[in-house]
Design a protein around this ligand. Sequence first.
Ligand SMILES: Nc1ncnc2c1ncn2[C@@H]1O[C@H](COP(=O)(O)OP(=O)(O)OP(=O)(O)O)[C@@H](O)[C@H]1O
Length: 361
Amino acid sequence: MTPTYELDGSDAGGQFVRTALALSVLENEPIRIENVRGNRSTPGLRHQHLAVAETMVELCDADATGVELGSETIEFDPNLETQGGHPRLEGGRYAVDIGTAGSVTLLFDAVLPLAAVLESPLRLTVTGGTDVKWSPPLDYVRHVKLPLLRQFGLVAACELERRGFYPKGGGQATLHLAPSTIEPIDLRSRGEPDGLRLYSTEAAALSEQDVAFRQAEGARERLDDGLEVRERCETTAESACPGSAIVLRLEYEAGPGDGTGLAGFTALGERGTPAERVGEDAADAANRFLAGTAPVDRHMADQTLVFLALAGGRVRVPEETDHVATSRALLEAVDVPTTLERAADGETAVVSVDSSAALLD
Ligand SMILES: Nc1ncnc2c1ncn2[C@@H]1O[C@H](COP(=O)(O)OP(=O)(O)OP(=O)(O)O)[C@@H](O)[C@H]1O
């Protein structure tokens, strides 16, 4: 294959690989990625990224080389059928086992934007870690990310079958994705906070220590005064090994012309860390957010960029994280230029994609 885009992952990690594969499908153009996860201490595809690449190959029936553990160069050609010049992806039922505690939700992240080219519903069941480090905890996806993107046309739901924590994984969740018309995104300002929902989970092995309750209490006591806790959900989950997680969903009034505001703050339990501290860490992140002005949290900031690429629009991000910077560089490399305008506060910035440059234009 002759790749349309030659991409260099030297300065990036797994997110670059996931987003590059999704963009290749959305543009229906072959890509070559060199120096996969080049700035990580263990470069190349690890189990989580390999599962993403294998899933993309399976969904598209794509031609690919280098899709193996440790690989630092991948070629991928989605080669989809087109209709009226637009790529069309058949849905169907798929099941993937990451084989480790690798993140289930990051696999969902890679697949979510494909809703824009889906022809029929897709159902993807993934086995791995549902609540593991350096990735969105499952309740963040269910209660923050999907409801936020639903406002811009993404039709998706996530069903949890079993929690999976580090190191054993073994969790399972299903993503239901329907053909979606993604609308331009406008998330620039935010209104007053309008309450908070709290989702605290413990593995059954930790129920005697009341971990879910103590996490929730830790968060509640630490949250800024005046923030109403509208829902408090504490659950005990069967899982292959102990673990716990807390997700805070902050709701706020939408700014003029903007979508409804949602932001999420999360923390995971760790051996040696008191459960109250876990709740406090999530609450501290929420309090920091409330002191700022951005309408999305720092993780949603990089996760919305691929949707901006689809339909265009603007998002005010709390800061230009490394993930935002690498995502912008990647979009530039596939001919979707973005602009970043720093605000007078010196921290937030508005990232925009002109609708004429957007993939669905
Ligand atoms: N607590 C969290 N809540 C929501 N999203 C998160 C959270 N932590 C990380 N993420 C998201 O998970 C993604 C992690 O991407 P990243 O490339 O760092 O990880 P990775 O695939 O594990 O690769 P690598 O091993 O190369 O770091 C980013 O999109 C980030 O926004």
